[in-house]
Design a protein around this ligand. Structure first.
Ligand code: XIL
Length: 763
């Protein structure tokens, strides 16, 4: 094959590879553009990041575009603070090999020369990737046979990796080959099958025998369906003698989505145990705008924890930040509404994150003690949602025909997982509310979602920021996330089974069906979640309501709820699966006096009462907030746990003969294996029970607010996870209560100490 080497200017490459960038429309130009002077490169009395990293034998890297090296202050910052560079776009297929016979080497040459002059290592990113791939390769899969495509891969790898042989320290040989837990359906996978991965590593090794070779992906930082799929692949490759040396965790993190640092450690450990290296290859932590002083501090804290974990593994020696400063980051243009993810700010000044990273590097190796701890053993499963077998199989047409859904249990959607400090749904049910039910027949799951929303938005660029319904399941090792925008079918994804989604014309009813990865669902248990997103205008969604609490990480295949396909056949369930605990955060200065204030309860995570556990076929709370509405939070300070309940109720009944049938709040705790049920009737202190510690309950005069405190056996910060539930009972005037609302689905048997949720005392 003829190879033409074109020495192009750096800007040519930027245009060449920019086809995949989101289109940015230009605003009308302001009359005068005030040019800011270049900032000075940042130096202070402390060590540079590079000095601190060198002292630990760490590679501290930055991704950059070649053109920026022409700016002196930029180049200075890079060589002062980093000893390692990744070409942010220049080595991607579409940039370096834009047509069959064209190779564009000059921007990469420029980066390599800069690196070599300054004694820095360079990471090659990336050889085989479905994105930013030459259009000529992906234009039409039918043009390829397995042989011709493999030959094209080989030409590409020989030329690119071969051209820079001996000069690239590490290669991301294959990038993003998984879509959730499944092999991604790229042109390479579709034409060659999963062996293209093995072939790519072999080709890369041949082209540059000294380079370290990595598999690189996002969303694999913690233990979950996707990282496990990568882990299994890595094991397979190693067993087959494939030259793979490490795994790159891209690590594009989101500040608002808590990062499970223990799970991150466990995950690294299992790859290290295979003899692989683990690099963080594209680290950034984006912030939902506007960023505040507080969010910068929180960001620094997460960077710190991540660096500590890296420094606790002797073989983990590389951390690459995806951009020098917030000004250079890919985030704002790729994730609307997010920004400020890096160590330096928009003016190239250091952020709290910079100092946090430097401090950890400076401190040297970190001892984090044993991985794990006993905490997980305490985790319990909560009742599974249930899909009953369909009587009549529903017709998926966006219309509720006759009794086709009657057998289904009606569940509410109510935990807003987008706000980890306040998971309540909107107070106004017209703003957003929803319910769902599922049925099954054979291998097919049928679903119904009813939705109330005053405004429908489906035109935002990022699919998931629109009004959508998302369905997540994990069965027989297959995890997937399906998404439908209001009015549209399921979006295409890698899931191979048949799927169908049809909306009513007014967007209030969704019917869907999915063929599951099992021929007979009867009596199976699968990982499950379902979410209703609401965008009220703007580039990001405001709410995403799930049936369980959590931190919006179901898309990573983790923290799923469970769904049981009802039936008697003795099929072993998958699992056990646990649901995320509710959080009790530290909050000082709470006064238990029956008067609620936002300031007093600011640090406490707020949750709704969502499930009427007295219902069987319909466990929704009533949709009339005056009939009964409730929300709650628990916090701690020292050795006391504090709680509040807000309650709206049109009738207060307190003289039913059985005390539990009255309007009351009940709290259930299992601490150190001892279970207690506590009850406070509206307006009254706690009743008698067996609890050893002191406690107090105070209601507002009108019965709308309860505040309470409960003495713990030790400081809250040492409590870990306890068994927990909380219930709000509503009697509208008879001998029996009509409803009892809990934050989890269940059968009103918490009083027996079973089917409790969990409460985690967050440090
Ligand atoms: C991004 C670059 O930062 C952007 O400049 C470009 O427009 C798109 O790609 N995962 C990867 C990186 O592996 O290559 C991506 O980089 C970010 C996500």
């Amino acid at each position: 094959m003829k190879k033409i080497l074109i020495l192009a200017m750096a800007f040519l490459l930027f245009f060449g590879c920019s086809t995949e960038k989101p289109v940015q429309t230009e605003e009308a130009k302001p009359l005068k553009k005030v040019e800011k002077p270049d900032p000075l490169p940042y130096l202070d009395d402390g060590p540079t990041l590079r000095e601190a990293a060198d002292a630990q034998g760490m590679n501290i890297g930055v991704a950059l575009h070649a053109g920026n090296l022409n700016r002196e202050f930029f180049a200075e910052n890079v060589k002062n603070h980093f000893n390692y560079i990744t070409a942010e776009d220049e080595l991607k297929w579409s940039g370096i090999h834009p047509s069959e016979d064209t190779y564009v080497y000059s921007p990469v040459d420029m980066i390599l020369e800069f690196a070599e002059q300054n004694n820095m290592k360079v990471r090659g990113h990336t050889l085989i990737w479905h994105n930013q791939l030459g259009y000529w390769v992906k234009r039409d899969e039918a043009l390829w046979t397995p042989e011709t495509l493999a030959q094209t891969m080989k030409d590409h790898i020989d030329n690119v990796a071969g051209h820079y042989r001996g000069r690239i320290y590490a290669w991301d040989v294959v990038n993003e080959a998984f879509d959730a837990g499944n092999y991604r359906k790229s042109v390479f996978f579709n034409v060659i099958g999963k062996d293209y991965i093995k072939m790519a590593f072999e080709m890369a090794h041949e082209a540059d025998p000294d380079a370290l070779l990595y598999y690189n992906d996002y969303g694999i930082e913690t233990v979950g369906a996707k990282s496990t799929a990568v882990y299994n692949m890595a094991k397979e490759l190693l067993a087959a003698g494939v030259p793979i040396h490490g795994i790159g965790f891209q690590s594009h993190l989101i500040l608002e989505q808590p990062f499970n640092i223990d799970s991150f450690r466990k995950n690294i450990q299992r790859f290290v145990d295979l003899g692989l290296k683990v690099d963080l290859t594209e680290l950034d932590i984006r912030i939902r705008r506007p960023a505040t002083v507080e969010s910068f501090q929180k960001q620094a804290e997460i960077y710190k924890q991540i660096m500590e974990v890296m420094l606790s593994f002797p073989t983990c020696d590389t951390v690459v930040f995806w951009g020098l400063s917030d000004k250079n980051s890919w985030i704002p243009s790729s994730f609307s509404g997010y920004g400020e993810p890096l160590l330096f700010d928009n003016d190239y000044q250091p952020k709290p994150a910079f100092f946090a990273v430097r401090e950890v590097l400076n401190g040297g190796p970190v001892d984090l003690g044993e991985i794990g701890g006993g905490e997980e053993k305490a985790r319990r499963t909560i009742p599974s949602f249930v899909a009953k077998k369909a009587g009549t199989v529903p017709v998926i047409d966006g219309k509720i025909n006759g009794d086709e859904w009657e057998k289904g249990i009606k569940y509410p959607l109510g935990f807003n997982q987008l706000n980890t400090q306040d998971e309540r749904p909107p107070m106004d049910i017209n703003d957003l509310s929803g319910e769902w039910t599922v049925l099954y027949d054979g291998k097919t799951l049928y679903g119904l979602v009813k939705r109330t929303d005053e405004k429908t938005v489906t035109s935002v660029g990022q699919d998931w920021e629109n009004d959508t319904v998302e369905v997540f399941f994990d069965l027989n090792g297959v995890f997937t996330q399906l998404r439908t925008l209001i009015g549209k079918g399921f979006q295409p994804n890698s899931y191979p089974g048949n799927k169908k989604a049809v909306w009513s014309s007014d967007g209030s009813v969704l019917e869907f069906s999915v063929d599951m990865p099992d021929n007979n669902l009867e009596a199976l248990v699968c990982g499950w979640n379902i979410a209703l997103a609401d965008n009220d205008g703007g580039s990001v969604r405001q709410h995403q309501l799930y049936p369980v609490t959590g931190q919006n990480d179901s898309y990573q295949g983790v923290n799923l709820a469970t769904l049981t396909f009802e039936g008697n056949s003795p099929r072993p369930p998958e699992g056990p699966r646990v649901v995320v605990p509710f959080w009790a955060k530290k909050a000082d200065g709470i006064k238990v006096d029956g008067s609620y204030s936002d300031a007093e309860w600011k640090n406490a995570v707020k949750y709704p009462f969502l499930y009427n556990q007295l219902g069987t076929m319909d466990v929704r709370k009533t949709y009339d907030n005056n009939d009964i509405y409730g929300e709650w939070a628990i916090a701690y300070s020292g050795n006391k746990m504090y709680g509040y309940v807000k309650r709206q109720d049109d009738v207060t009944k307190l003289d039913a003969p059985d005390v539990w049938e009255n309007d009351c709040v009940e709290v259930f705790v299992e601490i150190d294996k001892a279970f207690t049920q506590m009850r406070t009737l509206v307006g009254q202190d706690w009743g008698e029970d067996s609890y050893k510690g002191k406690k107090k309950a105070v209601w507002s005069a009108d019965g709308t607010v309860l505040e309470f405190e409960i003495e713990l056996p030790r400081n809250g910060s040492g409590m870990g996870i306890i068994g927990f539930n909380i219930a709000l009972a509503d009697n509208d005037g008879g001998a029996k209560r009509e409803a009892q609302l809990y934050p989890i689905y269940g059968f009103n048997d918490s009083w027996q100490g079973v089917n409790l949720a969990e409460l985690e005392f967050v440090k």
